[in-house]
Every structure is written in C-alpha cells, then in structure tokens.
Design a protein around this ligand. Structure first.
Ligand SMILES: [Zn+2]
Length: 231
C-alpha cells in the first residue's frame, strides 16, 4: 500500500529523524525564509524541488494560475501572504512562477469548462490582462499549445505588475530591500526560465550565469533616493 496519505504516517520515522537537528533549530528560533514563491497549485510544479529548498528556506503561496490579485481593501489569502512575507519575515525576493500546460491558462481557450466552477472563473479574471496582451500582440494563427504557453508567460508578467500595487511591496522596493522575479517552469524538460526585466523576455536559467531579475530593488529604488534624501 502506497497511498499518498498513508505516507504521512511514515514521515516522522523516515524523514523527520534525518532532519531532526534542522527542525529543532527552526522550532526554537522560528522561520527565516529568504524568499516568497507564488506558484500554481498544479501538482507537477513543486517550488521546494525547483529551488532545492529545505524546511525553513521558502515561504510558499500556491493557487490556481499563480495569481496575485491587485491590491484592494478586500481581504484575501494571497494579499495577506505577501504582506506577512515582507513585513514580518522580511523576505528579499518574491518569485511568481508559472508553468507549461497550465490548466488555468487553458480555461481561456475553452471558457465553457468553467461553467460549473464559478469560483475559478471569478478568480481567473485577475489574469485577463494576460489574455488581452496575447490577443493584441501575438499571432492569430498560434496553435493551442503555443497560445497556452504565451498566456502563461504573459500571466507571470501581469501578476508581477499586480504585486507592485501592494503597499508593502512598493515600500520594500523603494527601500531597496525587495526584488521581484518572474519564472516559468517547463514540465516536460525541467527547464526554468526567468524574466529579464532589462529586455522584457524570458531566458533559460543557466548554472553558470547570474539569475535574470524581473525588477531589481536597486533599479526601483533609484527614483526615490533624491526625495528620501531631501526629507
Ligand atoms: Zn497551472
């Protein structure tokens, strides 16, 4: 018997014991993750595997379509996770991670699949900017696979733009303490692509090269420096 839920019964003996010292440290000193990753809830995208994270390394928020609703007065789980990660945990990096073959993005091609999922349909409205960009700026004759991929890439950019509307994000970037990253995970090849904010394009993450950054806190903080100095 190897039911996924049954494995929980073996966690303490098989896994925890090997990491016992780390868990003791984390239990007594608290967590101090360096990054927040906002990824799709898709079971094939595993943030801790992609980043080879250990317990305590990564603050994770997952949902259908790796979406960040723009800031509003309405409370929300993603908004709260973002705020907590920045204000309480003081993470220095936020990664929005999309992926290939995303079911949420596929729904834009066949909206009728959402007829029985009113919550998902409402949630995916936060990705409409990506759909508009693909309709306006990509070729009409793309096949479905390419269109879903384009939607997923543009959706990462759209959600990074939404992140910047959150006061905690804007403030941390103005202080030069936060960088934003846009990633795309290819399920069939294991390739991770990162948005290069300087060129506006996604490039393969390569072992030997510096990680491209979507929006660096260094760049974002520059316009605020003279005003901050004048106060
Ligand atoms: Zn997905």
């Amino acid at each position: 018997m190897d039911n996924i839920l049954d494995r929980a019964g073996r966690f303490r003996g098989d896994i925890f014991e090997k990491e016992s010292a780390l868990y003791q440290t984390l239990a007594h000193h608290g967590q101090n993750p360096k990054a927040l990753m906002i990824s799709c809830a898709d079971s094939r995208v595993v943030p801790e595997l992609i980043t080879q994270a250990r317990p305590g390394d990564l603050f994770v928020c997952r949902n259908a379509g790796n979406i960040v609703p723009p800031f509003s007065q309405a409370n929300g789980g993603v908004s709260s996770a973002v705020e907590y990660a920045i204000v309480a945990l003081k993470v220095r990096d936020i990664v929005v991670c999309g992926h290939s073959d995303c079911g949420a993005m596929k729904a834009f091609l066949k909206p009728e699949v959402l007829d029985d999922m009113p919550n998902v349909a409402t949630w995916l409205r936060h990705a409409h900017a990506a759909e508009s960009v693909v309709k306006a700026a990509y070729p009409d004759n793309m096949d479905d696979r390419d269109r879903v991929r384009a939607l997923a890439l543009e959706n990462v950019i759209a959600q990074i733009n939404h992140l910047r509307t959150h006061p905690s994000v804007a403030a941390a970037m103005a202080r030069g303490e936060l960088s934003l990253h846009g990633w795309f995970f290819e399920i069939d090849s294991g390739t991770i692509m990162a948005l290069d904010g300087k060129t506006g394009s996604f490039v393969n993450v390569n072992n030997d090269e510096p990680l491209p950054v979507a929006l660096s806190s260094d760049v974002a903080s520059v316009p605020h420096m003279p005003m901050a100095a004048a106060l």
